[in-house]
Design a binder for this molecule. Structure first.
Ligand code: 5GP
Ligand code: ZN
Length: 114
């Protein structure tokens, strides 16, 4: 998707602080971090929202969570805990329409979310 911000990060056209990469997934620091660790885990393949997921994306979603687990562990937050969030659609606060898993850690996180 030529006009997608996160596809441009995948392509290297927009710089990002990369935290993880494998064949299918990359993760980078959120530009507007909401916690000491705020990573975004994304598939290299463009998928706009959770609503666009297909059955054969199931493994990809699992790999995104494995990346989140590794990023949290590498940053030292495995035991303390961390939050993973994927917003779907405007009312949920999705602003970039390429799915991304937020990984937040390093402060107490309120529940329920706003
Ligand atoms: P959403 O609101 O869609 O769930 O999350 C989008 C996230 O992308 C936001 O937390 C926002 O700060 C982050 N973001 C937006 N533009 C950029 C960018 O150019 N680079 C990086 N690293 N993060 C971005
Ligand atoms: Zn994209």
């Amino acid at each position: 998707m030529s006009d997608c911000l996160f596809c441009k990060i995948v392509a290297g056209d927009i710089p990002a602080e990369k935290l993880y990469e494998d064949d299918n997934v990359i993760a980078f620091s959120d530009i507007n971090a909401q916690a000491p660790l705020h990573a975004l885990v994304i598939p290299k393949k463009h998928i706009a929202t959770i609503n666009d997921l297909q059955a054969d994306d199931a493994e990809l979603i699992g790999r995104m969570y494995l990346a989140a687990k590794q990023i949290a562990a590498d940053a030292g937050y495995a035991e303390q805990g961390y939050r993973t969030v994927m917003n779907c659609g405007e009312s949920a606060g999705q602003t970039v329409f390429h799915i991304h898993l937020h990984v937040l850690a390093g402060r107490d996180l309120a529940w329920p979310p706003g």
